[in-house]
Ligand binder design. Structure first.
Ligand SMILES: [Cu+2]
Length: 408
C-alpha cells in the first residue's frame, strides 16, 4: 500500500491541492454572496451553482461505485470495461505482491525455431497469466496484465494438423480471472470458455490446428478489450507441413495501445482510462509493450541476409500501417495467410486489430531501418523501433553525403 503511494504521490499532492483550492473557493464565494445578498438570494445562487455543476458533471446519470464513475457500455459482459471500486482498493492493498518487471518488452529476437517436419505431432504449451508492474516509457509505470510476464506473450509455433495441448496457469498474485481465445482454434470462443481461469488455478484446452496461418491469441476474460488493453495478446503461427521458406533471421513484433488517465509522458503509476479506450484515444501506441525509443531494440542483421518479421496487432482499436523506412517489403503474407501467394514489392501493409502478417526483405545497404506504424503521428506516441544492418555499402544503389539530425 505504502509502496503504491510512492508511485502515485504526484496524484496525491495534486488531489490535495485541488481539494484545498475547492474548499477555499467555496468559502470565498459564500462570503462574497452573503456580503452583498440576502440569505435567500444566496441559497438560490448556491442552488443554481449546484444545478449547473450536476448538469455538466453527471451527463450519463448519477455516479455509481465504479471506476470511472459514469461510463455507459453495451457489451455482453456484465462489468464492461469499468472496475468496481473494490477492485481499485484490492489493487492498492495488494501492490507489494506484484512483480516489478524491468523490461516488459518481449525480445523480438525470441522466436521459436521454424517447423521443418511434415508429420503431425502433439504440442504442449504452458502459459502463465501474470499481472505485473513495469514501464511503458521511462518513469511511466503501468499495471500490465501479461502472458508469461512480457508483451506480447510467447510466440507459439505448431504445424497444421498438430494436436495442441494448452495449459493456462493464472498466477496466484493475479487479481483477475484470465483466459485465451486462439484465433487458430475452431470452436466456441476460440477456447476461451475452457481456459477461463481464476487466480491460482489452471485450465487445459486440447485443440487441433486445422488451418495454417499467422494467428493472434488474446485474453477474452470479460471485459476482453480491457484485458487486451493491459497487454494480453500474442501470436500462434500454424505452419503448413514442411514449414515456411527458409530465411536467415526471424523477428516477432506486436503493436498495441495503452490508455492511461495521465497524459502522454506523465510520470508515476498510470491508472488506465476505460473511457479513453471506448473513445479509441490511446496515450501510447507501441510495439512490444513499450515506447520504441527506450531502451532500443536489439534487432540486428547483415547485408545480404533475408529477414522475416512476424507482425501482429493486439489493438484494441487501431489498424497498424506497418512500414519499414528505407526498405521495400519483398514479400507480405497478407492477412497472415500462409497458403495464398505472398504479395510482392509492398511499401506499407495493413495489420488490423486481431490480425497479423509476416513481411520479408533482404538487406542491401548497412544502416538503421526504423519500422513504424505509418500513421506517423503515432511515432511520437511510441510506435517505432529499429532494425540495424551491418555490412559493406553499395554505392551503386545508395550514394551521397548523409546530413546530421536529418530524416525520421
Ligand atoms: Cu485477462
Amino acid at each position: 500500500m505504502f509502496q503504491a503511494l510512492a508511485f502515485i504521490w504526484e496524484y496525491v499532492v495534486q488531489t490535495v491541492g485541488l481539494f484545498i483550492a475547492f474548499i477555499a473557493a467555496a468559502i470565498f464565494i459564500y462570503l462574497t454572496l452573503r456580503k452583498s445578498h440576502s440569505r435567500w438570494m444566496t441559497i438560490a445562487l448556491v442552488a443554481a451553482f449546484l444545478g449547473i455543476s450536476i448538469f455538466f458533471y453527471v451527463p450519463n446519470g448519477l455516479p455509481s461505485f465504479q471506476y470511472p464513475f459514469s461510463t455507459t457500455y453495451y457489451g455482453p459482459s456484465s462489468t464492461g470495461p469499468v472496475l468496481p471500486l473494490s477492485h481499485v482498493w484490492d489493487f492498492f492493498t495488494h501492490f507489494n505482491q506484484f512483480e516489478q518487471v524491468a523490461d516488459i518488452s518481449h525480445d523480438p529476437n525470441d522466436v521459436l525455431p521454424p517447423i521443418t517436419r511434415t508429420m503431425v505431432a502433439t504440442d504442449t504449451v504452458d502459459i502463465t497469466a501474470k499481472e505485473v508492474i513495469s514501464q511503458i516509457a521511462p518513469g511511466v509505470y503501468f499495471n500490465f496484465w501479461t502472458f508469461d510476464g512480457t508483451v506480447p506473450g510467447p510466440m507459439i509455433r505448431v504445424m497444421q494438423g498438430d494436436t495442441v495441448v494448452v495449459t493456462l496457469h493464472n498466477d496466484k498474485t493475479s487479481l483477475h480471472p484470465h483466459s485465451i481465445d486462439f484465433h487458430a482454434v475452431i470452436g466456441p470462443g476460440g477456447g476461451a470458455p475452457v481456459l477461463q481461469t481464476m487466480p491460482g488455478e489452471s485450465a487445459t484446452l486440447t485443440f487441433k490446428a486445422l488451418h495454417p496461418g499467422i494467428f493472434v491469441y488474446h485474453c477474452a476474460s470479460p471485459d476482453a478489450a480491457n484485458h487486451m488493453a493491459h497487454g494480453m495478446y500474442g501470436l500462434i503461427v500454424v505452419e503448413p507441413p514442411g514449414g515456411l521458406p527458409k530465411v536467415d533471421k526471424e523477428y516477432y513484433l506486436m503493436q498495441g495501445e495503452f490508455y492511461t488517465a495521465g497524459a502522454l509522458g506523465r510520470q508515476g503509476l498510470q491508472i488506465d482510462d476505460p473511457q479513453a479506450m471506448l473513445d479509441g484515444n490511446p496515450q501510447y501506441i507501441v510495439f512490444n509493450g513499450r515506447v520504441g525509443s527506450w531502451p532500443g531494440y536489439k534487432m540486428q542483421a547483415n547485408v545480404g541476409q533475408t529477414v522475416r518479421i512476424f507482425v501482429g496487432n493486439g489493438g484494441v482499436n487501431l489498424i497498424s500501417s506497418f512500414h519499414v523506412i528505407g526498405e521495400v517489403l519483398d514479400r507480405v503474407y497478407d492477412e497472415g495467410s500462409l497458403t495464398s501467394q505472398p504479395v510482392t514489392n509492398v511499401q506499407t501493409t495493413l495489420v488490423p486489430p486481431g490480425g497479423a502478417t509476416a513481411v520479408e526483405f533482404t538487406f542491401k545497404e548497412p544502416g538503421n531501418y526504423t519500422f513504424v506504424d505509418h500513421a506517423l503521428a503515432r511515432m511520437d506516441r511510441g510506435a517505432w523501433g529499429i532494425l540495424h544492418a551491418t555490412g559493406t555499402p553499395d554505392t551503386s544503389i545508395y550514394n551521397g553525403v548523409v546530413k546530421p539530425m536529418a530524416g525520421h
